[in-house]
Design a protein around this ligand. Structure first.
Ligand code: ADP
Ligand SMILES: O=P(O)(O)O[C@H]1O[C@H](CO)[C@@H](O[C@H]2O[C@H](CO)[C@@H](O)[C@H](O)[C@H]2O)[C@H](O)[C@H]1O
Length: 435
C-alpha cells in the first residue's frame, strides 16, 4: 500500500464520518485531483478512495493538503507523513483547501474565516464567516455515490424556483472516477456543496423538547411547519418529475415495508409477536388509494428543520435515510413518507420526556396529549396548504407511520437501546388503532 493510503488508513478509523465503525479500512486510491492552491507552500489534493473492508466496498472523499512543514497550530489537523517526508493535513481544517473549495464553487469570498461545524455529523460541514456578511456553509460529503446526491439536487431545484424554505444554494462540486471492474464506464457524483448558513436558528428537536417541557402547546410552530412541508412538496413537484403511482410501484413499496419488518424483527425480538398485525396494516394499504409520486425529503424529522428567530422554518439535509441505497433515495416517492416522518417525531418528543423522567411523579406530569394536538395542527396546516385530502389516504399514512416506527425500533436497538420503548409503544398503538 502506498504511504499516503497508509496514513489515511490509521486516521480514518478515528473520524466520526468513517462508516465502517470497528473495522480497519482497507484503502485503495481510486482517483486524485490536484486543485489550484493560493498558498505557495501547500498542495491541495482531493482523493477518492475505495474501502475494501466494507462489503460492498464504499467510496470516500478525502481532501488533503500536503506541506513540507507543520504550520504553527496545525498539529491537530495532521494526518501523517508520507514516504517523501511531506506532511498530510485534513483539508477541512486547512485554509489552503477551504479557500480552494469556495473558489471551485465560484463562491468568491476567500478572505472569510473557516471553521468545521462542531456537531455530530456523518459528513463534514465548514462554516465561512466574515463580519456582517451572510455566512456560508460548505458540506463536504464523505461517502461518495455515483449519480446525483439529492442533498444537492433537491435544494438547488427549490432555490432556482425562488423557494425560501431551504437555505439558498450557492454551488456544488462534482467528482469523476473510473472503476477497474467496469472499465468501459466512467462515473461521477457530488463531492460538496455550498449554501447560505442560517444564523440565529435552533433545530426543531431541541425547540420542541424545550417547549414541551415548559408546557408550551407548540401548535403555532407545528402549523407553520405543516405549511412549509406542503410548500416544499409543491416546489419539488413543480421542479422535478411527478407521476401517478402504478400497481407496480405500490407492490414495490409494500414489499419494501415487509422486507424492512423482516430485518427489524430479527434485531428486535419484541417486534416478532406483533408481526402479523403489522403486516395486516401493510396489506390494507396496498388496496387503498395512493397519491401521486414525486421527489420528497425522505428522512424528515424535527432534527432536519431549523426554526429562525423570526418564526419561519427552513429544511435541511435532503440526503434521505442514509441506510437506504442511493438509487431508492433518488426516485420518486410518496410525500406521505415525509408527513409520517414528522408525525413520528412529534410522538418522540413525548416519548423522550417519558423515557427520561426521573421517577413516577415526573412521568405522571408529562402531558401525553401534547403530541396529539401538535400532530393535528401540523396535519390541518399541511392539508390547508397542499389541498391534499389526507382523509382519503388515512390507511396509507398509517402504514408509512408504522414502517417508520419499525425502522426506528431497529435504529434504537442498534444505537440507543434505552430509547427502544418509544417506537415500540408507537408500533403497539398504531396496530391497535387500526385493528
Ligand atoms: N444551512 C444551514 N444553516 C445552519 N445550520 C445548518 C445548515 N445546514 C445544516 N445545519 C446544521 O448542521 C446540522 C448537520 O447538518 P446535516 O445536513 O444534517 O449534516 P449530516 O448529513 O452530515 O448529518 C443540522 O442538523 C443543522 O443543525
Ligand atoms: O438524523 P439522521 O439522518 O442521522 O437520522 C437518524 O438518527 C435520528 C436520531 O438523531 C433518528 O430519529 C429518531 O430520533 C429523533 C430524536 O432523536 C426523532 O426526532 C425522530 O423522529 C426519530 O426517528 C432517525 O430515525 C435516524 O434515521
Amino acid at each position: 500500500m502506498d504511504s499516503t493510503m497508509e496514513c489515511l488508513t490509521d486516521w480514518m478509523t478515528r473520524q466520526r464520518w468513517y462508516a465502517g465503525k470497528g473495522r480497519v479500512p482497507n484503502l485503495v486510491e481510486v482517483t486524485r485531483e490536484q486543485w489550484p492552491s493560493e498558498d505557495p507552500d501547500a498542495r491541495v489534493i482531493v482523493f477518492i478512495v475505495r474501502d475494501l473492508a466494507n462489503n460492498p466496498p464504499s467510496l470516500y472523499h478525502v481532501p488533503v493538503v500536503v506541506r513540507q512543514t507543520v504550520p504553527k497550530g496545525a498539529g491537530p489537523a495532521l494526518i501523517g507523513k508520507n514516504a517523501d517526508g511531506e506532511y498530510l493535513f485534513d483539508g477541512a481544517h486547512d485554509p489552503a483547501y477551504t479557500t480552494a473549495l469556495l473558489r471551485r464553487m465560484h463562491v468568491h469570498r476567500q478572505d472569510r474565516t473557516a471553521r468545521v461545524h462542531g456537531g455530530e455529523q456523518s459528513n463534514t460541514s465548514i462554516i465561512f464567516d466574515r463580519g456582517g456578511e451572510a455566512p456560508v456553509v460548505a458540506k463536504v460529503f464523505r461517502l461518495v455515490h455515483a449519480g446525483e446526491n439529492p442533498d444537492v439536487t433537491l435544494p438547488s431545484a427549490l432555490t432556482s424556483r425562488g423557494y425560501r424554505q431551504v437555505p439558498r444554494m450557492l454551488g456544488s462540486v462534482t467528482g469523476f472516477w473510473d472503476d477497474p471492474h467496469e472499465p468501459s464506464r466512467s462515473f461521477s457524483g457530488h463531492l460538496a456543496f455550498a449554501q447560505e448558513f442560517m444564523r440565529d436558528v435552533v433545530d426543531g428537536w431541541e425547540l420542541a423538547l424545550e417547549r414541551a417541557a415548559a408546557g408550551d402547546p407548540f401548535v403555532a410552530e407545528a402549523a407553520a411547519l405543516g405549511q412549509v412541508t406542503a410548500r416544499i412538496h409543491q416546489g419539488l413537484a413543480e421542479a422535478l418529475p411527478v407521476r401517478p403511482a402504478t400497481l407496480g410501484d405500490i407492490v414495490g413499496f409494500v414489499a419494501g415495508w415487509h422486507q424492512r419488518l423482516a430485518v427489524a424483527s430479527s434485531d428486535v425480538p419484541a417486534l416478532r409477536a406483533l408481526r402479523p398485525a403489522i403486516e395486516a396494516v401493510y396489506d390494507r394499504a396496498q388496496d387503498a388509494p395512493w397519491p401521486a409520486l414525486q421527489r420528497v425529503h425522505g428522512d424528515y424529522h424535527l432534527g432536519q428543520v431549523l426554526h429562525r428567530s423570526g418564526g419561519e422554518w427552513v429544511v435541511v439535509d435532503f440526503e434521505g435515510e442514509p441506510l437506504r441505497p442511493l438509487d431508492e433515495r433518488t426516485r420518486v416517492d410518496s410525500p406521505l413518507r415525509d408527513v409520517a416522518g414528522m408525525l413520528r417525531s412529534f410522538d418522540y418528543v413525548t416519548g423522550a420526556r417519558l423515557n427520561t423522567a426521573p421517577d413516577e411523579d415526573a412521568r405522571a406530569a408529562v402531558d401525553r396529549a401534547w403530541s396529539r394536538r401538535v400532530r393535528e395542527a401540523f396535519l390541518d396546516a399541511y392539508v390547508a396548504e397542499s389541498g391534499s385530502i389526507l382523509d382519503d389516504y388515512r390507511a396509507l399514512l398509517d402504514a408509512f407511520e408504522l414502517d417508520k416506527a419499525v425502522y426506528e425500533a431497529m435504529y434504537e436497538a442498534r444505537n440507543r437501546p434505552a430509547w427502544l420503548p418509544i417506537p415500540m409503544d408507537a408500533v403497539r398503538a398504531l396496530v391497535a388503532q387500526v385493528a
